[in-house]
Ligand binder design. Structure first.
Ligand SMILES: Cc1ncc(COP(=O)(O)O)c(C=O)c1O
Length: 384
């Protein structure tokens, strides 16, 4: 396809050397994000502290654009180091009693499961929801069965999109189910935010988090945490510091009066350089429009599924309308999948081996030619 892509391909230096189909892993940084980091680093190299006022203003601007992307008020966003930190702030910030239940899917990403298992010494019980079928598919009915299988859980936790096979959980329907059960809903959105339209507030999500380094096209170690305003007082701020209080920068006032926004969770100096880069990437996403990016990515995933199926591959991912995401996983006869992924990498095709399949995750600057290159190279590597 010579046609344009929703995200300008020329912004992605990686596209000159790769068919880069691994946004579920670590994304390549777009040039505007590199420029933003360079600008910030240069400014601070020249003027140190005297860049701070301008950069604080920039942080607030990025907070607003991140909130737009998530479909939430900007006062409900805190910047965090990464997804795991955001999950830990919920797990360790809530007030638990022995016997409290957490419902969480089986086959989750480690960071989405461990924070709740680590509460075992406080008597917290973790009940897992089994995905259905050979490829995995996670219906809201499966969550509801687990929710009703005991006293009402305090919290339901899930990835929006599962990292290995890419099944998507219907957060709006799950939000309704949690509301009915009186449970809080925490969604790890790192595998969806930046590629799928999000309306987290309207869907009834209470807590959500994502680092920049996947679909947001940002740098590593620069993430966002959403805490619904009405739930903020349920969380104990784990790192109270100068940046947590309403009167920040009034250095002689030592009263602990927490800010009434999610910023109270930030504590100390944020990663200003990372946030500047994340902001540049989010600007690209918002300018292209998430619906346009999603329909492009969805079409590329369909193209990859049909091309690879024609070679005899089995598509493992849930490709139903409500279950599909930007991640597809396929099983191919030939070399073992981890070896095939490595061979593809040496041919300039970036994919991963996960959950028994070849994981393919294109973004809004990938083209049909990238997918053709993948399919042709898989054909070559698996022939006879
Ligand atoms: C579902 C999910 N959560 C979290 C992470 C990463 O967490 P962090 O941003 O803390 O590195 C990943 C990375 O693969 C993931 O797939």
């Amino acid at each position: 396809m010579g046609a344009t892509t929703p995200l300008a391909r020329e912004y992605f230096p990686a596209a000159q050397r790769w068919a880069y189909l691994n946004h579920a892993g670590i994304c390549p940084l777009p040039q505007p994000a590199v420029n933003a980091m360079h600008r910030r680093a240069t400014e601070v190299s020249l003027d140190g502290e005297f860049t701070y006022a301008a950069h604080s203003a920039e942080i607030e601007r990025v907070r607003t654009s991140a909130a737009r992307l998530m479909g939430v008020p900007s006062t409900d966003i805190a910047f965090v180091k990464n997804t795991t930190t955001g999950l830990g702030m919920i797990a360790n910030g809530l007030d638990w009693s022995a016997g409290d239940r957490v419902v969480v899917p089986d086959l989750e990403f480690p960071s989405t499961l461990y924070p709740w298992l680590a509460l075992a010494d406080r008597g917290v019980l973790v009940d897992r929801v089994r995905p259905e079928g050979p490829g995995g598919k996670l219906t809201v009915e499966a969550f509801i069965d687990r929710i009703n299988d005991g006293p009402p859980p305090k919290l339901v936790v899930t990835s929006w999109v599962q990292f290995g096979r890419g099944w998507r959980v219907d957060l709006a329907a799950l939000g309704r189910a949690c509301d009915e059960a009186g449970a809080l809903l925490c969604a790890d959105v790192i595998q969806g935010l930046g590629v799928l339209p999000a309306e987290l507030e309207r869907w009834g999500v209470d807590f959500a988090m994502a680092d920049g380094h996947k679909w947001l096209l940002g740098p590593e170690g620069s993430g966002v945490l959403y805490v619904r305003g009405a739930r903020l007082d349920l969380l104990r701020p784990l790192e109270p510091g100068w940046n947590s209080v309403a009167h920040r920068e009034d250095w002689d006032n030592l009263e602990l009066v927490f800010d009434d926004t999610a910023r109270r969770l930030e504590g100390g100096m944020p990663n200003v350089t990372g946030i500047a880069a994340l902001g540049a990437s989010i600007d690209l996403l918002l300018a292209a429009g998430i619906p346009a990016i999603w329909s492009h990515v969805d079409r590329l995933c369909d193209l990859a599924c049909s091309g690879l199926s024609a070679l005899g591959a089995t598509v493992l991912s849930d490709r139903s309308t409500e279950g599909r995401s930007g991640i597809i996983s396929v099983q191919v006869d030939g070399p073992p999948i981890p070896l095939l992924a490595k061979q593809l990498q040496s041919e300039g095709i970036a994919v991963s081996a996960r959950a028994g399949g070849l994981r393919i995750s294109p973004h809004g600057y990938n083209t049909d030619e990238d997918i053709d290159r993948l399919v042709d190279t898989v054909a070559k590597l698996t022939r006879g």
